[in-house]
Design a protein around this ligand. Structure first.
Ligand code: GLY
Length: 405
């Protein structure tokens, strides 16, 4: 009798082990705590100077260096919104009011973007990572005004003849026409947000048109992406496809594909048109199929020197975050596939190979910014840290059965 009861108990235990969802292999709370420690180290070092300058943003720590290289928040500095964004995510993770105050001060250094003409497409990166997260977490109406003004400013770069945003107005001559780069997909999120939060409703149509043009012209038959599409400024015809930061015109630049995965996931979220979900899954599939074993891509999938070529942890962070969102739009095996892939990326990023730890004050090592220009190769880069924290917070919310927004 006693033995029977034990066997029945064991059976129940085994059954519940089979039906319960697999738990995450990552200790998300420990990892977020690690991020908080590193962020405090950076803040201490920023405050160690005589007079603190909130317009100077951490950008990178190059291989062999130990201190953040800071960049002034100017219209040309596309990464200036990520450090405020990292602070907002840390505030979200910890609820620490002193971090919120720091996030607010760095964020406000970007307010000038609401008062000047658009310099290029990066306004979404600059404002939605900083003010966007700030508004999401605090509901501060002053932040909202800035976002709405900058969304209108970004829309001035939309060219109806092409049906897409001109990414780099300064480079029209260099590329021989209107240029749209894959990174520009990320900036659509701010337009969608503004359209439904009191801004001009046409911003929605601009974002959709841009996504459609990019889908039509900036992918190969196998769903790998071109970094740049060039259009005739008058007729809107696509006249060239090439790269700027990738290895070759016909190679898959890792971060470019990451922007595509993230971008089309957002476009599906905002439109609920299944064609974007299908497309997001296709651009994801080719990326996943070609990843190395640890799920951190080489900086370009055709990079010279593979398997000894530099990796791009930043692309892995962008994709991990995107796949966690994508998993929420799918069911069953498909949802598990994206969540498991994202977790695999986060496990590698949390390993001693990628964790910055005592090496420097960033969160992660081994990102590549602009290999063809010889810039930021195998470095810590602020946008890797930003998307890493975003992914960790998304995973925590999913594991807790909460909405990721
Ligand atoms: N948006 C520029 C980059 O991804 O490097």
């Amino acid at each position: 009798m006693k033995v029977n009861k034990i066997i029945a108990g064991l059976g129940l235990l085994m059954l519940s082990a089979c039906v319960s969802k697999p738990t995450s292999q990552i200790d998300v709370d420990e990892t977020l705590h690690y991020c908080d420690v590193q962020i405090h180290k950076t803040l201490s070092s920023l405050h160690s100077v005589d007079s603190m300058d909130y317009t100077m943003m951490p950008r990178n720590i190059l291989s062999g260096e130990t201190e953040w290289n800071l960049r002034k928040a100017t219209k040309e500095e596309w990464t200036a919104g990520f450090w405020p964004g990292v602070l907002w995510y840390d505030y979200e993770a910890t609820g620490n009011d002193s971090i919120r105050d720091e996030a607010d001060k760095f964020t406000r250094s970007l307010e000038f973007l609401a008062e000047i003409p658009a310099y290029d497409h990066d306004l979404g990166f600059l404002i939605f990572c900083s003010y966007g997260n700030g508004y999401r977490l605090t509901g501060n109406e002053e932040y909202k005004k800035v976002i709405l003004a900058v969304a209108d400013s970004l829309a001035t770069l939309y060219r109806p003849a092409v049906g897409a945003i001109l990414s780099w107005p300064r480079n029209v001559e260099m590329f021989g026409g209107h240029n749209t780069i894959m990174d520009n997909m990320i900036n659509l999120e701010m337009l969608f947000w503004a359209a439904k939060n009191g801004g001009n409703k046409n911003l929605y149509n601009i974002a959709v048109s841009h996504a459609d043009k990019t889908m039509l012209n900036q992918f190969r038959d196998d769903y790998t992406s071109y970094h740049v599409a060039v259009y005739d400024t008058l007729t809107g015809e696509c006249i060239n496809r090439c790269t700027h930061q990738g290895y070759a015109d016909n190679s898959m630049w890792a971060r470019g594909q990451a922007w595509a995965i993230y971008g089309y996931t957002v476009v599906y979220r905002e439109t609920k048109d299944p064609k974007y979900l299908e497309f997001a899954e296709k651009v994801t599939q080719v990326y996943l199929e070609r990843l190395p074993e640890d799920y951190i891509p080489y900086w370009d999938f055709s990079a010279p020197g593979i398997p000894n070529a530099p990796r791009d942890a930043s692309a892995a962070c962008v994709v991990a975050s995107a796949l966690l969102e994508l998993s929420t739009f799918c069911e069953g095996e498909q949802a598990d596939k994206y969540k498991n892939a994202a977790e695999k990326m986060l496990v590698s990023l949390g390993s001693k190979e990628y964790r910055a730890g005592d090496v420097n004050n960033s969160l992660l090592l081994h990102s590549t910014g602009h290999w063809p220009a010889g810039s930021e190769i195998d470095a810590s880069i602020i946008y890797a840290d930003y998307y890493y924290m975003e992914a960790l917070l998304r995973l925590k919310k999913i594991n807790d059965g909460k909405s990721i927004y």
